[in-house]
Design a protein around this ligand. Structure first.
Ligand SMILES: Nc1ncnc2c1ncn2[C@@H]1O[C@H](COP(=O)(O)OP(=O)(O)OP(=O)(O)O)[C@@H](O)[C@H]1O
Ligand SMILES: [Mg+2]
Length: 268
């Protein structure tokens, strides 16, 4: 379970209102794509769910409990620019994430548990296409390869909630497609709740079960920081049918004509 409830949340930095009255429930197991123009507060929203930032007003709960005030192992994250451990090679970076997941205090495993973790780390390194680079240090990887390592590291921890901030932005189309093919079954298998920011609408629609669009509905040209962004569209992408319906979470039923009409109809 990992229900997220966002109750009337505001985020302000000094005089700048970034997010304004965000109210939202995210069901456990949803894959939520988040889109919106640059600077509208998407990363800020994600950092609040991570527990790295606290809203200036309102509350966020995870499974009914107030969100802890700092990031925890239940919430994994891949940032826009992620730094992996520079002193560990690719395989060690992923292995340590498995060790953290299974032995949170010491991050050390021994004997058969260690052997199993090494095998899982190797498989994940292969799955993100870094098999040939397993012994390299992050400084010897390209930007896209570092990002894939960051994704492998986040997945290894099997978080209940996976937060992805433009995780595939730096990847070429082929690698991006590979990462999509990796993440979707893993999301299903692990039952994670995923919140993914992207600037790529095709990706947003292709992966998400729900799409949130953030934007500022009001702009004061004299004081651009006066109003914050809100959720302007909330689309359910999980239902059947070609076109999602704005703002509705369930498919709309075909309307039957009112009874009086049927009585008065010549065919009745
Ligand atoms: N720590 C901070 N202190 C002051 N202002 C901040 C801070 N973090 C973010 N902001 C401001 O909040 C606004 C939203 O930033 P945010 O990074 O959330 O945007 P974004 O939607 O993720 O944009 P992008 O698509 O470019 O990544 C920006 O105007 C930014 O300058
Ligand atoms: Mg951002």
């Amino acid at each position: 379970m990992s229900d997220i409830r966002v109750h009337n949340v505001w985020m302000e930095y000094g005089d700048q209102i970034v997010l304004e009255n965000i109210a939202l429930d995210i069901a456990s197991g949803a894959f939520v794509s988040v889109v919106g123009p640059s600077g509208c507060g998407k990363s800020t929203f994600l950092r609040m769910i991570l527990g790295q930032e606290r809203p200036t007003r309102g509350t966020i709960t995870l499974d009914g409990a107030a969100l802890p005030h700092e990031p925890g192992p239940d919430r994994g994250v891949v940032f826009q620019r992620y730094s992996v451990f520079p002193h560990l090679n690719v395989l060690q970076n992923v292995l340590i994430a498995f060790e953290f997941a299974e032995s949170p205090i010491t991050a050390k495993l021994f004997g058969t548990r260690k052997k199993a973790a090494v095998e899982k780390a190797q498989a994940l390194v292969e799955a993100v296409g870094l098999g040939e680079h397993a012994q390299k240090f992050p400084s010897a990887l390209s930007g896209g390869q570092q990002q894939r390592l960051a994704i492998a590291q986040a997945l290894a921890r099997k978080p209940k909630v996976l937060l992805l901030d433009e995780p595939f932005g730096a990847l070429d189309p082929g690698t991006r497609a590979q990462m999509h093919a990796l993440i979707k079954p893993l999301w299903r298998e692990l039952g994670m709740t995923v919140i993914m920011i992207t600037h790529d609408l095709k990706e947003a629609f292709g992966l998400g079960t729900r799409l949130l669009a953030f934007d500022k509905p009001r702009i004061d040209p004299q004081a651009p920081e006066r109003y914050g962004a809100r959720i302007i569209y909330d689309l359910d992408l999980s239902r059947d049918g070609p076109v999602p319906v704005l703002g509705f979470s369930r498919p709309m039923k075909a309307r039957e004509p009112p009874k009086e009409d049927r009585r008065s109809s010549p065919h009745a």
